[in-house]
Write a protein of this length. Sequence first.
Length: 363
Amino acid sequence: TDKKPKTNKKKGNISSSSSSSSSSSSRSKLLDMIGQKEVTRILILFLGLTASCLVLYKTAYPLQRLNVNNLSSLVASPSPPLPKLSEISQETAKRKISFKEILENASTKNNTVIITTLNQAWAEPNSLFDLFLESFRIGQGTQQLLKHVVVVCLDGKAFERCSQLHPNCYHIETTETDFSGEKVYNTPDYLKMMWRRIELLTQDADIMWLRDPFPRLYPDGDFQMACDRFFGNPFDSDNWVNGGFTYVRSNNRSIEFYKFWHKSRLDYPELHDQDVFNRIKHMPYITEIGIQMRFFDTVYFGGFCQTSRDINLVCTMHANCCIGLEKKLHDLNLVLDDWRKYLSLSEHVQNTTWSAPMKCLED
């Protein structure tokens, strides 16, 4: 477990079927089911704690070996110039932009949205959010993905800082808990924030995006999740899962699964979302739902629990198995340092040795 704390331009969605017509129908059904007043609740049903990121994508690509010398992004078409962030901040100050509008602005032609959550502790200057954005800028095939990232801010300070750095920021207001500070792993406030992840869908901003991950998605999975430990079989739910990077296709199966997952927290009030997932994943009802689950190889989606064995293939690196913001920052900086050195080389790297984790290994 992690020891850390369009659409067709009409509707934002989680992902959809293989055809544009069925995609549009799926989104319409989803919005009809939840209603406008339910958008924020479902957002929370699909996002997560402290800066998580969920990939909401329409068409997945089969596993294939990346050609390091000829990488191409799924969203390779040149993007129009973004307005100045100062102009965005002024516009945001004038009116509260709806989450639907933000999804419409961020989604690709292939109905892709990447959602991440953020709180004040992770949004401070030179903190995890800065590293998160930097990884997109220096990654291979990731620059064009950055404009499709939606940042859901859990407090006003995080929203203020996000709006200075990124165009697609949304402030989700809550009065239950103050989510602005760092939350220590498995404390009551940490658990509440983790369940925000399931109430919203997301992937963590303590993940560095080093390559475009979309070519590594499975073509036939409704729900695809990264792992702390991967044992060789992407169909095996006994892999040690980690919700830091999750792909979800929007359909009745995935919606019902998330509802059941979130409801199951009441049966295990002391556990966070990953542990509850492990309790329910073999239950008969999961089979009845019919959801197709896949689990990512840590060669492509690595982390500090099990680092990628090949820097020539790695797409993301997650600061999992690490407690404490300072330790995460230190070791993720090492990851980016290793990545910059790799990019400066003119030849293929035979043996991969990461400088991280270092601080995260300390007690």
